[in-house]
Ligand binder design. Sequence first.
Ligand code: TMP
Length: 204
Amino acid sequence: MTGRFITIEGIEGVGKSTNVDFVAEHFRVLGETVQVTREPGGTPMAERIRDLILSANRDELSDLGELVLMFAARAEHLESLIKPALERGETVICDRFTDATFAYQGGGRGLDPAIIDNLRLAVQGALQPNLTVLLDAPIEVSAERIAGRAWQDRFEQEQAEFFGRVRAVYLEIAAREPERVKLIDASQPLNTVQAAIKAELDRI
Ligand code: TMP
């Protein structure tokens, strides 16, 4: 595969959407064909799975069911969108990917990372993002933004301790894989955050 696969990660409210757009624009200006997508979701079927997950009440869906649905959505997304685009040599920018599963289902829900890793291997084999931008901020920043939302999905309804565990796993992944995962302090002003992201994009 000749394309480039870039993922953006972080807890809610750290400015992922704004920075996904920023990364996409960076590569468009370079003349690359860019696919901007997200997980769970990105294809019609995966978006239906996303709706199922995010609209489920806490007691309607088990933690294991949630994990498997995340990978079901990912399998569809990989087969119909991500892999074909990478094979055509395009740049794929994805708002969240498998690091989110380790962080939310592993850290947040407390599921065994070995089970997650088995599913990862079954669904994506050796495919990994070329670069992952991890936007990190204290959970208070995220809690404040979520509190202002009229409707809160299955994850947004979780408490601070949940997001503390999610954030801790993200930071562990960044420490373990510093070549792939670039940790950016998202509590800085937006132009400082974007200058830091740009420096990483320029390197690849
Ligand atoms: P978002 O599109 O607003 O980021 O919402 C997606 C939610 O799904 C978010 O709360 C994180 C969660 N999520 C997981 O729990 N596991 C995953 O593997 C992915 C991709 C997302």
